[in-house]
Design a protein. Structure first.
Length: 181
């Protein structure tokens, strides 16, 4: 799902796609596909993935948590035993947290260590997703290989529809399709 969102965003922002392709060509070359040893040298590719996960987290509502003690969150008293739901989608689009939160801008991650409480696609703290490292490597390798291997562009001038589907995960409302001709 994340790869489909990333490709859709790149098709709507060809300048970002070209910058990613240039980074891959400079760091990996054109005679082989990106591999795990290349990932540390591809910061712009990581920025694209972080920005995609920020705008379209695969799980917009994080796994429910239960408060073990009375606590205070955002000025609200939360009694012990309360089930807490975190809306990652809302945090990632909060204008108090992000500048121009609805725009696709991978550059916002350049040279920054993003605070864990700002980008929470995989949860935060000791209860965060144990597969996040693997997921990020797999998405990086797959997206990097797709950018290297294919000449991606939109069919016509119309932008790719970025409407969100309604499920527990967040699929595109209209899947990205390939042109057979």
């Amino acid at each position: 799902m994340t790869i489909e969102w990333a490709l859709s965003l790149l098709l709507n922002h060809p300048e970002v796609l070209e910058k990613a392709r240039a980074e891959l060509n400079a760091q990996v070359g054109t005679d082989r596909l990106v591999d795990k040893h290349d990932l540390s040298n591809l910061p712009y590719l990581h920025n694209i993935i972080s920005e995609t996960l920020r705008l379209y987290p695969a799980a917009p509502m994080l796994v429910p948590h239960e408060s073990f003690d009375d606590c205070k969150i955002g000025g609200y008293n939360i009694p012990r035993g309360t089930i807490l739901l975190v809306n990652a989608w809302a945090v990632h689009r909060d204008p108090n947290v992000w500048d121009d939160p609805t725009s696709f801008k991978p550059e916002r991650f350049e040279g920054l260590q993003v605070q864990p409480s700002k980008l929470i696609s995989f949860g935060i703290g000791r209860r965060s997703c144990p597969g996040s490292g693997l997921a990020q490597r797999v998405v990086s390798l797959a997206l990097g290989s797709l950018i290297q291997s294919f000449d991606w562009k939109r069919i016509g001038e119309e932008e790719i529809d970025l409407s969100e589907g309604t499920r527990v995960s967040m699929p595109k409302a209209k899947p990205l399709e390939k042109n057979m001709f």
